[in-house]
Design a binder for this molecule. Structure first.
Ligand SMILES: O=C(O)CCC(=O)C(=O)O
Ligand SMILES: [Fe+2]
Length: 334
């Protein structure tokens, strides 16, 4: 069955029931049968749900814990110190965003989380990073707190581990789309990934629906790799029946959800699913999303197997950088 036919069948059936867990134990195994089986599981999840959990993802617990500790320390600083790194002062959305300074759902009135945002950088800082040479409209260096020794290294170490995981996922997505495994290789040479560390203060008692942790939205890039704090339910996913389904943290897993760049690459064969988060737990919640897209200078064009006479291209062609920049501008209101 062609991808287009499969996508039509799925939209007829509306079968979104739960979020599957995919085991990545064999993600680097080159046996074609194993790869095909993995790709089929990924394809089902991408076409039905747009969300999956991955287990045996290979990111070491101590790397996660070090990034979490560093992020807790960062957020525990005074607002004044954090505002020295105000995201609005940087050219391309790098640095600190305060509570309610982003608004992901245009119907809402500010997200009830604070975050710190950065992009690719070598651990050994270089004056000239060749991966960043073609960022165009998205060019702009990271900024770092000067007073927190270890913060940069801890969060960047996690960043690199998550990018390495993402590099193993792109070939599976390609296989899932009936493409050669290396299809995205020349489109992801420069690791155009943005990471955020997030802090959601608890929201208990009556909550204004227009001021929740992060309002209903879809992500902008190809996919997101999300670590969420164990034991705290906050993330919810909108199913085809427009019901909010909990996506609880499952120990030892990460969430992988598709974003709008993949919807554009695949002419909506892959689903970019609406989600939101609200922290009603009574305690602080932390999460770490990494958003992995194609290189900023790459044109996001529909893959031919996802286009047919009955399914003409739905989106205009833009570069990944232009697209991400517009979306970031909308979320941060500048
Ligand atoms: O914190 C979460 O669980 C979700 C974060 C999210 O959806 C985002 O940053 O795009
Ligand atoms: Fe998101």
């Amino acid at each position: 069955m062609s991808l287009v036919e499969a996508a039509r069948k799925i939209s007829e059936l509306d079968p979104f029931e739960g979020i599957p867990i995919i085991d990545l134990q064999n993600v680097s195994n080159t046996d074609p049968d194993i790869r095909r089986a993995l790709a089929e599981a990924v394809r089902d999840a991408c076409m039905n749900v747009g969300f999956l959990y991955v287990k045996n993802h290979g990111i070491a617990e101590d790397i996660i814990n070090a990034a979490l500790d560093a992020s807790k320390e960062f957020f525990s600083q005074s607002t004044e110190s954090k505002m020295e790194l105000d995201i609005r002062k940087t050219p391309n959305f790098k640095g600190y965003n305060a509570l309610r300074s982003s608004n992901n759902d245009p119907e809402n009135d500010g997200d009830m989380h604070e975050g710190f945002e950065f992009g690719w950088e070598e651990l050994e800082a270089k004056a000239q990073d060749e991966k960043r040479a073609n960022d165009g409209v998205m060019s702009g260096s990271n900024i770092w707190p000067g007073n927190l020794p270890g913060f940069r290294e801890a969060v960047l170490t996690y960043y690199h581990a998550a990018v390495d995981l993402g590099k193993k996922l792109f070939p599976l997505f390609a296989l899932a789309l009936d493409l050669p495994e290396d299809y995205f290789d020349d489109k992801t040479k420069n690791s155009a990934a943005i990471m955020r560390v997030l802090h959601y203060p608890p929201q208990t008692g009556p909550v204004d629906d227009r001021v929740i942790g992060i309002g209903a939205h879809t992500d902008f890039e190809c996919f997101t790799i999300l670590w969420q704090e164990p034991g705290i339910q906050a993330l919810q996913v909108l199913n085809a029946q427009k019901q909010w389904i909990d996506a609880p943290p499952i120990p030892g897993t990460l969430v992988v959800n598709l974003g709008d760049q993949f919807a554009r690459w695949t002419n909506d064969v892959f689903k970019s699913t609406v989600h939101r988060a609200i922290n009603r737990s009574g305690v602080r919640r932390y999460s770490i999303p990494l958003f992995f897209g194609t290189d900023y200078d790459v044109k996001v064009e529909p893959i031919s197997s996802c286009v047919s006479h009955e399914r003409p291209p739905k989106y205009e062609v833009v570069t990944a950088g232009e697209y991400v920049k517009e979306r970031l501008k909308a979320a941060y209101g500048h």
